[in-house]
Design a binder for this molecule. Structure first.
Ligand SMILES: C[S@@+](CC[C@H](N)C(=O)[O-])C[C@H]1O[C@@H](n2cnc3c(N)ncnc32)[C@H](O)[C@@H]1O
Length: 236
């Protein structure tokens, strides 16, 4: 069984060039789950969150770049009141997460998309619609000439803030010191955001935060993570 061209067009294709992992394997079983679930909980490229049948009054929290879904599954378990929007451009990651969410009985509390976060936030999410955004261990792109590929950029930070409700949060993690500093510098300078730890500060790890596969690998290689927590100013 293969995902049809039509299916891919609806759920995967986008006009934006992205960087990072492209190859990878989706098993036949995972394809069957994608075909079953994306028409139900997928955010296709012609939809907005308004069309996503989100129960009224549910807080809406997004995870950008959820990898294989470790953190997303944990969020769904820890916050049964939240509706989660999972955004991940790597199809094998999306496939794994969908399978795990279904197995855990949590999938109907999520909306999943393989479209890039920039597209999703610009075209599919309205201003002040989100209660929170997580960005965990974004790709570091260590070479200076690749820094422009990093997801956290000045414009992207402003875009995230515009989509948050007043009082909404952005939480980030990285085990690459230089990238954590890069994100902190950009977000500290973004109008409308307050660094909960004070300017230039990091927060402690949240107690209920799961160690993702990615983070565990960093730990084995001797890197520990730093955590950032911002809140959008409420209007006076
Ligand atoms: C280093 S991995 C971290 C995965 C996961 N957050 C974790 O902590 O294990 C970064 C992830 O961000 C995804 N990503 C990169 N650019 C993205 C974009 N523009 N929109 C959505 N996801 C993106 C990548 O495909 C990759 O899975």
């Amino acid at each position: 069984m293969r995902l049809t061209q039509e299916f891919r067009k609806q759920f995967s294709q986008h006009e934006m060039r992205t960087h990072g992992r492209k190859n990878g394997f989706v098993t036949t079983g995972q394809e069957a789950r994608l075909t079953k679930w994306l028409p139900v909980i997928g955010l296709s490229n012609s939809m907005t969150l308004k069309d996503a049948k989100i129960p009224e009054n549910s807080p809406i929290v997004m995870e950008i770049g959820f990898g294989n879904g470790d953190f997303l599954v944990q969020l769904a378990k820890n916050h049964p009141e939240w509706m989660l929007i999972g955004v991940e451009i790597y199809l094998p990651g999306v496939a794994k997460a969908v399978a795990r969410l279904e197995d855990a009985g949590l999938i109907e509390r999520t909306r999943i998309t393989q479209l890039p976060a920039q597209f999703v936030l610009t075209r599919q999410v309205e201003e002040e619609q989100l209660d929170g955004i997580f960005v965990n261990h974004p790709d570091p792109w260590p070479k200076a000439r690749h820094h422009k590929r990093r997801i956290i950029q000045k414009d992207f930070a402003r875009l995230m803030v515009s989509r948050l409700k007043p009082g909404g949060f952005i939480k980030l993690a990285s085990d690459v010191d230089e990238l954590a500093g890069w994100m902190r510098e950009i977000l500290d300078a973004t109008p409308g955001l307050i660094n909960v730890a004070g300017d230039a500060g990091y927060i402690e790890r949240d107690e209920d935060r799961v160690f993702t596969k990615f983070e565990q690998r960093g730990l084995r290689e001797g890197r520990s993570s730093q955590f950032l927590h911002y809140v959008k100013e409420t209007k006076a």
